[in-house]
Design a protein. Sequence first.
Length: 324
Amino acid sequence: MKLTSKAAALLFLLACFAGLPAPALAQDKVAVGVFPLSSSLPYFVALERGFFKEQNIEPEMTKLLGGPANVAALMTNQIEVSAVLVTLEGLNADVKKPGVATYISLNSQTRVWKMEQFVVRNGFAAKTIADLKGAKLMSAPGPANINTAKAILAKNGLKEGDYTIDQLDMGQHVNAMTAGTFDGGYTLEPNASMMIKAGVAHPIEAGVISKYILGNESANAYAAGCTMTADFIRKRPDVAKRFAAAWAKAIAFINANPDDARKHLAKNTYTPDNVVDMVPMLGYVMVGDMTKEQLADLQAFADFGNSIGVVPEKIDVTKFLHKF
């Protein structure tokens, strides 16, 4: 009788436990470096629309301002993913430490998908880039940005000495133009839109990498993209695959719903609320979806990086791309 009673009690307890909800599985944490500009939009879309959560991913964000800071964090394994990393700086890092920046998606910049552009303060007489002779210019920071700016100026007939140019933290561009500290410069979004909205400057020309560096206004200037470390992909392949799936869903959402996607810039990036609706989108694409022509555009840009010394040797870009 005692054994029967114990068996009955055990069955009762098992039945009780069976009625309880299963414990939630812990989400896989991924260390992500985020430069809070409009080019980091896929990260915030994936986060706020639950795409990471759907893949059981919990990103741990570290704000890192600029390419050099992201490269350093990737090299020292402080982060596993960089939401947006300047392509030439990532490839430069890959030459020094192969696989430190493996691109899973890229952001195209053209005269339609605006990011990089030359602007001039109101009151300074310049309608074209060639008119910037004698100007005091600023540039987005980092070797890739300033050397690209100089190369574009050269394509427009301006050699060093015809102008001055200084690197300036992106967060200071609008204030510097408002104060008249510079006559113009090579800036990125959302700064250009912020200057236009504030009435302190206007654009001279956008899509300048496509036109002057790649030699075709319709070419895709893949100047930045999302990267993972090769170590992350190798050691945590399932987590990396699920992170990439969330990223791909975010890119698909942005491309299909640009107006709704823009709303995620508010509060997450340096984009003021009154500028969110005018910030241009980029041509986001997963590496696995790139055409031969798009890959050729990327290779041409990498070759340019080698020609100006930012990428120390000529490389095959496909070695630093990963398709999921």
